[in-house]
Design a protein around this ligand. Sequence first.
Ligand code: CU
Length: 127
Amino acid sequence: MRPRIAIAIVAAFALIVLALAATALAASQATHPKLLGVVGKNDAFKISLTSNGKSVRTLKAGTYTFVIQDDSTIHNYELDGPNGKSWTFTSVGFTGTKTITLKLAKGKYKAYCSPHESIMFQHFTVV
Ligand SMILES: [Cu+2]
């Protein structure tokens, strides 16, 4: 094989490897649908989970990015899912925003504030 051809082949191969790496990186950074959770705005006893401004009632199974906005030191934001799964997004006392990416399996879910669970909750179903 002539050296020039060998160099061309190596260069072409390197380009393919780079292209594959770039594709893999893009896939790993893909953005997921965003869900906005808000609790305790102005210390109100209110909790919500919305998607594009609409209250979440059903979602398709898959990966979502939860942006949780906890505006109160007396409330928190938790999520219960099927098969006993549970996530504590914020603690009582914390205020601020947290971003969590979760893969949601089919089943029934409940977002709620732990100290006031009986009055501060929102159910939704993943299908
Ligand atoms: Cu509360």
